[in-house]
Design a binder for this molecule. Structure first.
Ligand SMILES: [Fe+2]
Length: 298
């Protein structure tokens, strides 16, 4: 039996990050992650591409080294209007984007609000795509798995887990994938909640804990295991700090490793995740994050 599904977010469209070291970020994004540096937005963000979308990452030189906004895509105007209505009825202050904001994000229309952790959430439709300027990586990788599955996934700090679950499940329409309860430090367990809005196993995971940074990590999924292995070699040769070494996750079955971005939070670089079919998926719980590996460095 499938979980209830109404109008919901289609995919994770873009991520805004405030950075302190733009030069280091550009080098890391292009020459380690294999993303494409693609000019600037009208509001001064450095744009990064990973596919036909004109911007998947927007880097602002604001110095907070944390997420500044999440962009979630919906199919069109009807879905945007429905979600705007649902947010307003759920006592969330929601605002239509100005013309300047829409221009900066290169979208047809957008609304924005704050999630219960205080993170700016943007919901949009009609992103600019550039098939005429194909994505080209500076590195010899086979590319990123995006499309209907969106940019990737993120893990967010959600100290008020009840309010955050209400916001993401009941207002934005995310469905539960599964739970992982695991000991992250001696005698300290966390119950992580994994959610999906398309076949990607999770687009969002909530950690019920307050941390210095709101963004734990974001994940990029590669098209080939060789991309992950070759990048792992490169990361080691460049002396970039690994947070967790190669391993395979219990819930999405992703083979991945985690490294530090120039902003101090992690990026997970992975391949081979299983996908969700809502007609057959059932919610499960896990007591381990990994089948094997993912050894913490240091
Ligand atoms: Fe992850």
């Amino acid at each position: 039996m499938s979980q209830q599904s109404d109008v919901k977010i289609g995919s994770f469209g873009y991520l805004g990050i405030g950075v302190s070291d733009m030069a280091a970020w550009k080098d890391f994004a292009a020459n380690v992650l294999g993303l494409m540096v693609a000019g600037e937005s009208s509001d001064g963000a450095t744009l990064l591409r990973m596919d036909e979308m004109s911007r998947r990452f927007m880097l602002y030189p604001t110095g907070e080294d944390d997420v500044t906004f999440y962009g979630y895509e919906v199919a069109g105007r009807a879905q945007l209007d429905t979600i705007e209505d649902r947010l307003a009825k759920g006592d969330v202050e929601v605002t239509r984007a100005s013309d300047e904001e829409k221009k900066a994000r290169a979208v047809v229309d957008m609304i924005h609000c704050k999630d219960p952790s205080g993170v700016r959430i943007e919901i949009f439709y009609g992103p600019k795509v550039e098939f005429e300027k194909p994505f080209h990586s500076a590195r010899p990788i086979s590319g990123f798995l995006t499309g209907a599955q969106g940019l990737g996934h993120t893990v967010l700090s959600a100290p008020d887990i009840k309010a955050s679950r209400n916001f993401y499940e009941n207002l934005l329409g995310f469905l539960i994938s599964d739970y992982i309860t695991m000991e992250v430090a001696p005698k300290f367990s966390l119950n992580l909640v994994f959610m999906h809005c398309n076949p990607r196993h999770h687009t969002l995971a909530l950690a019920p804990v307050k941390t210095p940074k709101k963004l734990f990590h974001f994940m990029l999924q590669l098209n080939s295991l060789d991309d992950v292995g070759a990048t792992h070699d490169l990361v080691k040769s460049r002396g970039i700090k690994l947070s967790m070494d190669l391993g395979k996750h219990t819930n999405d079955h992703m083979v991945s490793f985690y490294m530090k971005t120039p902003s101090g939070f992690d990026v997970e670089y992975g391949w081979g995740a299983r996908v969700i079919d809502d007609a057959t998926w059932h919610v499960t719980q896990h007591n381990s994050g990994s089948v094997w590996g993912h050894k913490r460095a240091g």
